[in-house]
Design a protein around this ligand. Structure first.
Ligand code: GLY
Ligand code: MN
Ligand code: MN
Length: 436
């Protein structure tokens, strides 16, 4: 942790994690919860591991991203214990025992192998983490559903410490986005832009919260385009970059779209950005996120109509499902320790799900916002061959202006995405603050 603001916020964050864990244990037979970081899984029939990623449950307690085999144990009424794994190993770098101020909130026990934890666990403890890393004695009580549901449900409300980490994650990503835009303006390839992003954020690939989406021209129509062409393209039309950064285990998720020329695509991009900003203002406590999804579709319908992409009224475009041809994904999701943070569709802490509204099959968040939720807002407008082909073949055909579609398809598409806190004083846009 290097932000001077994070350290003073950590004790209150940990107290909230303790409160949530106590609540999750209520009515259960467990004496303790063990949050395991996990270990790096090995590739099939190989002696090489996949990159290690500490589990989100562990990172919620300890800001340690490089601690394979470590765990945090919580027993009601006791200080949490950090079991820090320091293998005796001359092949690999052994992690140094953490020294930062947050460590004072824990009792620390150094262990030499992940299996050593077994000797410290109360008989009735629940293991929260990868099943394959649990000591044999605890395989039967891995990730009990009722405990995990309570923890996941509670995670939607971020502590002040978490909001601070997410704000710093937006600031780091902002430096990457600026470098990426510059590299694109100079004619760089998708690969060049990716490298510029990594350098500016001081991230390794494996530290990104998700694989960078860096799409030039028509590739922007692939929603999760993670291919990286190494040759600069002959014609520079557009850049869609969806890229985040991590700070203390928390990730940002930011998208910008740029047009290389003035004209209809640039105007559409500005219109999507104006819509995005109005939707960000809706991120306030008490509002159903489903309402933001519906407002986004109304806004996209108006843009389609105003730009001449459809030959029908905005109301008709909405009623006939034409907005979903151009904007097929959800308006966003919870953000935190995971880019698509858990619990987005939970109706309660028992794990009952709220159904998605009909016609919105990819919406990841259906909850009513409360103060402290952090969400993304990410409207888009794309020219996706697969969806356009289907619309060309059915009753939507006559409603769409195919000449305009064909003229804009080489630009791929548009997405603008910010990270927004539902604050008690209103929406707080962490991303715009970082870019200001
Ligand atoms: N970057 C993935 C998403 O926006 O959800
Ligand atoms: Mn994104
Ligand atoms: Mn997102």
């Amino acid at each position: 942790m290097s932000s001077p603001l994070a350290d003073p916020l950590f004790p209150a964050h940990l107290a909230e994690m303790i409160r949530r864990a106590d609540h999750a244990l209520q009515d259960s037979a467990f004496e303790a919860l063990v949050f395991a970081a996990g270990t790096a899984p090995m590739q099939f029939a190989d002696d090489q591991p996949y990159p290690f990623k500490a589990s989100a449950h562990f990172r919620a307690w300890a800001p340690l991203t490089e601690a394979p085999g470590s765990c945090v144990m919580h027993r009601p009424g006791h200080r949490p214990t950090l079991f820090f794994c320091q293998p005796e190993d001359f092949w690999h770098q052994v992690p140094a025992r953490p020294q930062q101020p947050w460590v004072d909130c824990f009792d620390v026990v150094c262990i030499k192998t992940p299996a050593d934890i077994a000797g410290f666990l109360p008989a009735h403890s629940a293991w929260i983490g990868p099943d394959s890393d649990a000591p044999v004695s605890h395989r039967a009580v891995c990730n009990p559903a009722s405990v995990v549901a309570r923890l996941d449900y509670a995670r939607a409300i971020k502590t002040d410490y978490e909001i601070h980490c997410l704000e710093v994650a937006s600031q780091i990503a902002c430096a990457g986005h600026r470098a990426a835009q510059q590299t694109w303006a100079e004619g760089g390839s998708e690969y060049d832009i990716h490298l510029a992003y990594l350098k500016a954020t001081e991230h390794e690939d494996a530290q990104l919260p998700y694989a960078n989406i860096i799409a030039l021209n028509e590739a922007a129509s692939v929603l999760h385009y993670t291919y990286r062409r190494r040759q600069p393209l002959e014609v520079r039309r557009s850049l869609l970059i969806d890229a985040g950064a991590t700070y203390s285990g928390y990730g940002s998720d930011i998208t910008r779209t740029y047009s290389a020329m003035t004209g209809v695509f640039a105007d559409l991009t500005s219109a999507v950005e104006r819509l995005e900003l109005t939707l960000c203002d809706l991120v306030t406590p008490g509002r159903s996120y489903i309402d933001i999804q519906l407002a986004a579709h109304r806004g996209i319908a108006t843009i389609l109509c105003d730009s001449g992409l459809v030959r029908v009224s905005a109301e008709d475009a909405l009623a006939r499902g034409i907005t979903a041809v151009f904007f097929p994904h959800g308006i966003g999701h919870l953000l935190g320790l995971q880019v698509h943070d858990v619990g987005g569709r939970m109706a309660n802490e028992e794990g009952v799900l709220t159904p998605r509204p009909p016609g919105h099959p990819y919406l990841r968040l259906t909850r009513r916002l409360e103060a402290g939720y952090v969400v993304t807002i990410e409207p888009g407008l794309y020219f996706i061959d697969l969806l356009l082909k289907a619309a060309r073949l059915d009753e939507r055909r006559d409603a769409i202006n195919w000449e305009t579609v064909d003229a804009l398809a080489p630009f791929g598409g548009i997405r603008i995405e910010d990270n927004v806190v539902a604050g008690s004083q209103g929406a707080k846009n962490l991303t715009r603050l970082a870019f200001a």
